[in-house]
Design a protein. Structure first.
Length: 91
């Protein structure tokens, strides 16, 4: 289990830093953090401040945020696949 989590963290971290396949990779990392939280910390108490799982819960929500707001201005996704955002520029 820790080998799979380590691989996801290593490869996923590199891909997120590069901005390549950011949404699916960040979603996978968010799921990995959620599973890690519930396996290690969630059995002790429900609230992260009481069970020592603040950091992994924070990572879970940060990865989920990255998954929903993926293409940054310096990402390789934007360079390779273009800007497919549905946002309308009103200026």
């Amino acid at each position: 289990m820790s080998t799979a989590a380590g691989g996801i963290e290593l490869v996923g971290g590199i891909l997120i830093v590069l901005g390549l396949f950011t949404s699916p990779v960040a979603f996978l990392c968010s799921g990995m953090a959620a599973v890690g939280y519930w396996m290690s910390h969630g059995t002790k108490d429900l609230i992260p401040i009481n069970n020592g799982g603040q950091i992994i819960a924070l990572y879970c929500f940060i990865f989920l945020f990255i998954a929903t707001h993926s293409k940054g201005i310096w990402s390789l996704d934007r360079e390779l696949f273009g800007n497919t955002s549905s946002k309308v520029n009103t200026t």
